[in-house]
Design a protein around this ligand. Structure first.
Ligand code: FES
Length: 81
């Protein structure tokens, strides 16, 4: 599985650095850290729609950092199904 997190300026300002840490934490918690390639990405052309994250190429948009853990776990489950 590949997870890309946008580190473009708009997403960075919205907290993509926190998303990087959160994703790392989730992967460790779920024992997936060795199985997932985590990458930074330039702008995903979704700047107005939250922080851009792609899981196996599928775009998800994190609008609320408080809900990000739930949203990321759901998207990871979906990618593994
Ligand atoms: S800067 Fe992240 S989608 Fe544009």
């Amino acid at each position: 599985m590949t997870i890309e997190i946008c580190i473009g300026s708009s997403c960075y300002v919205k907290g993509s650095d926190k998303v990087v840490l959160l994703v790392k934490e989730i992967l460790v918690k779920r024992g997936l850290d060795a199985k997932v390639e985590l990458k930074g990405s330039f702008c995903m052309n979704a700047c107005t729609q939250g922080i851009g994250v792609k899981i196996n190429g599928k775009m998800i948009r994190l609008l609320d950092l408080d809900l990000a853990e739930k949203q990321l776990n759901f998207a990871i489950d979906e990618a593994m199904a």
